[in-house]
Design a protein around this ligand. Sequence first.
Ligand code: PLP
Ligand code: TYF
Length: 396
Amino acid sequence: LFAAVEMAPRDPILGLNEQFNADPNPAKVNLGVGVYTDENGKLPLLACVKAAEAQLNEAARARGYLPIDGIAAYDKAVQGLVFGESSPLLAAGRVATVQALGGTGGLKVGADFLKKLNPGAKVLISDPSWENHRALFTNAGFTVETYPYYDADKKGVNFDAMLACLNAAAAGTVVVLHACCHNPTGYDITAAQWEQVIAAVKSRNLVAFLDMAYQGFGDGIAEDGAVIGQFVAAGIDFFVSTSFSKSFSLYGERVGALSVVCASKEETTRVLSQLKIVIRTNYSNPPTHGAQVVATVLTTPALRAQWEEELAGMRNRIKAMRTALVERLKQAGVTSDVSFITTQRGMFSYSGLSKPQMERLRSEFGVYGVDSGRICVAALNEKNIGYVTESIAKVM
Ligand code: PLP
Ligand code: TYF
């Protein structure tokens, strides 16, 4: 039966983890996968999560099936975060939100729904993008192409080329946009540039799919969500996927969501019914624990305040590591301008290092980053940054 089955390639990023784990080098540092670790190099269990779990344990609730679209209080809390608690859109019942298996699950439910809605549409992702964007939309049956994004010479976004590409796209094309903290480059576009993107989406009748996997890691929860308000103000229908993997440090619980902005309450009801079919035919209904934790934190004022503080702590620690990275590289003898590292946002830095340099970092120094030159700044700490910057200086 399986004689002709071909070996599939490893995920380029998750595959690195296996290589890292097998490396006997005691000095090794993992800057590959996008995971936040604290000042001691440990994956944190947030205090707000621990407190919510204690409450949930105390209540010792039975585990029935959840509704297909998940916990109602969770979906409502997601909407408040993404669109703002007082958004008139929510009051008008114009957003269909479903609980999903992480941000990836939100993207997949949206992709499957879009494929049924408009089977001939093309999907555009940024060049470069999170690799799973291409794989996920391809597996959902779409032809996936890219729009220009990163400009290596400028160390930033090639916005003119990006906009020109969107303005030339066929009606119905699905455009996947990183709402904030672009993965892998760390370069975001400005509010004024977003306005131009929105104008292109509107005039060309494109379908915007915003991937918000890092809300709160750029400038703050509301600040990072501001782009959603810009889309709403333009009066277009669009998709937003949400992930709490990073912002709650709940990677393995698979907590995320998909929100679809519709033209009316009645339309929202029909869209929601279709999203529920996608979910029912894939995994029937979502799991309870992670969403219960997130809903408890978001709806309990004291825990909510604690979460916002802990998230700010992660955000500020990453920013401090960016500044330290620039300083320490200079100290280690790097003379080229590396100040671009502090203009990048979120968990990653596109370092500009080449594939051979990244390979040397791994083989000679046990410093693991992605071949594209991406390093996870959120995995740096006072203990490993000296070794990392000296290693980088040696390969530069
Ligand atoms: N989208 C982007 C841009 C990501 O970087 C990630 C990272 O994991 C995801 C989506 C997926 O998030 P999750 O782990 O919640 O599925
Ligand atoms: O880009 C990253 O490192 C994270 C984690 O298939 C990740 O988004 C990487 C690859 C993957 C799933 C998650």
